[in-house]
Design a protein around this ligand. Structure first.
Ligand code: FES
Length: 503
């Protein structure tokens, strides 16, 4: 197999890759902070780079290496973080990092003022080894892929943190601590702890409280002397993100009759029963809600349609930024699917029923047909396909089945639940009524529903500001019981029954 050299300008750094390697993968391997909002589908244009001596722009995720190539920083690489607030020179500072399976987010915590704000987010570059934790654990059996999984994450983190701090004129030495949250697999890969046991029953954990290390030991040279810590984990699939949310709830006095779900590629759930006992589990939802297994899906980033609303003359779209939309975020997918279900365009089984004699499409949607089948045109090039609805159904089926089994394990009925807490890295865009309408969770007739935002990142930021938070989180963890759904008879049947949308 022939090898080709990628050379970065102006640094001159170079590396060889096999023929056919995608330029985006090569650049991520070389630590280039490439934006890949659409997950490499070639639709968002964020991975555009200039290549060659006479610069020519190419979409990196669509460009296989067939020759030696030089790459200059293109528009996507030159853009800095947007509108970061100024931080007083006297403030003590730490970083909070949420390592999601799909998206990694970083906040700066101003300990002196007790405040935090997000300074960076990027798609987890490990996704080239699989979109979910199971496929990454499987990849880690190959030693070269294991090294790659760790290197990709550490380098992307280091580059993003350095870039964000530079943009804010903050010296790395000012960062006192960096606190990580995320699922168990992501944290173990970062720390270099064996993840293979997480892939087979009984899923033993070698460690539940990760050690405090200098950040340089995790490859974060730009903040090398900061103390790196992680929120504690509960089990193989109930990680620091879930434990952090438990501790946040405890801090707000939420102790009984509460149901919590964190929506992501890996969904985490817990139930606090009438006696304050905690039952926790997780389920594989797939990346549809994060915009990744959807034809025109993308993260809630510049150019994304984030909401679909019903107006007097038809549907109205809200997007981040201006101009033609580049894709559709998970929150808009929830909106649109719920509206189309209400109108009978999507049937409870998930199939499109629009067509001659079928229910009319609300303006400005159009029904289109090509050799790939029927799809619905939204705006510009953006389409909703039958396969996209199926991806959403997989997330919904997993979420509902896990919710029902967890309630059963906790000995609770939906009627017993007083508070339903929904978390996820959606910003403020998720419409809870539509989310409920699609049947992602049981109908909790007497419950108050609240959207909490990204509790994983919030918990890591809280741990930066509140010195006792990690110990309290560990105490919450010690009171919780992990339920393994895959070991439960009947889970698969319930999952299949849960795929259907409510009529
Ligand atoms: S990641 Fe390449 S176009 Fe979106």
């Amino acid at each position: 197999m022939s090898l080709h050299t990628v050379t970065l300008l102006p640094s001159g750094a170079r590396q060889m890759f096999p023929w056919g390697t995608l330029l985006s993968d090569a650049l991520l391997d070389m630590g280039v902070p490439l934006e890949t909002s659409c997950g490499g589908k070639g639709i968002c244009g964020r991975c555009t780079v200039a290549v060659g001596q006479i610069p020519e722009e190419v979409i990196a995720c669509r460009t296989p290496l067939t020759r030696d190539i030089t790459v200059r920083a293109g528009q996507a690489l030159l853009e800095g973080p947007v509108a970061l607030p100024a931080v007083p020179g006297s403030s003590a500072l730490s970083l909070a990092v949420d390592i999601g399976t799909t998206t990694v987010r970083v906040s700066l915590a101003d300990i002196t003022r007790g405040a935090s704000f997000e300074i960076a987010s990027f798609l987890n570059p490990q996704r080239r080894h699989g979109h979910d934790v199971i496929s990454r654990i499987a990849a880690a059996r190959d030693r070269s892929k294991l090294r790659s999984l760790q290197k990709l994450l550490r380098e992307a983190l280091s580059i993003r943190i350095e870039k964000a701090l530079r943009a804010m004129s903050i010296e790395g030495e000012r960062i006192e601590r960096v606190v990580f949250s995320g699922n168990t697999t992501m944290l173990f890969l970062l720390y270099g702890i064996d993840v293979i046991p997480l892939g087979a029953a009984p899923y033993p954990l070698r460690v539940r409280d990760l050690p405090v290390l200098p950040a340089r030991d995790l490859g974060l040279a730009c903040i090398g002397s900061a103390a790196a810590e992680a929120l504690p984990v509960l089990g193989a699939f109930t990680g620091a993100d879930l434990v952090g949310a438990l501790a946040l709830c405890a801090g707000q006095g939420i102790e009984k009759n509460a149901f919590f779900i964190d929506l992501g590629t890996n969904g985490e759930l817990f139930v606090l029963d009438g006696d304050g006992r905690t039952f926790a589990t997780s389920c594989a939802m797939g990346p549809a809600l994060e915009g990744m297994s959807v034809s025109w899906g993308m993260t809630a980033d510049y150019g994304a349609i984030t909401r679909v609303l019903e107006g007097t003359a038809g549907l109205e779209f809200r997007m981040i930024g201006q101009g033609e939309p580049r894709g559709i975020a998970g929150t808009a997918l929830v909106d649109l699917s719920a509206i189309l279900l209400e109108k009978g365009v999507i049937q409870p089984g998930g199939a499109f029923s629009s067509g001659p004699g079928g229910p009319p499409l609300p303006a400005p949607l159009t029904l289109e047909q090509d050799k790939g089948g029927r799809h619905i045109g939204l705006w510009g090039r953006i389409r909703l396909t039958q396969k996209d609805v199926r991806s959403l159904q997989l997330a919904k089926g997993a979420s509902l089945a896990a919710s029902l089994l967890l309630l059963e394990e906790a000995g609770r009925e939906p009627e017993d639940i007083e508070r339903v807490l929904v978390a996820g890295a959606f910003g403020e865009h998720l419409d809870l009524d539509r989310f409920r309408r699609l049947g992602f969770i049981p109908d909790f007739p007497g419950a108050r529903m609240e959207f909490l935002g990204n509790t994983s990142l919030q918990a890591a930021a809280r741990a930066c500001i509140d010195p006792g938070f990690i110990a309290r989180a560990a105490a919450c963890r010690d009171r919780a019981r992990e339920i393994s759904l895959s070991a439960r008879p009947g889970f698969q049947d319930l999952f299949l029954r849960s795929l259907e949308f409510p009529a």
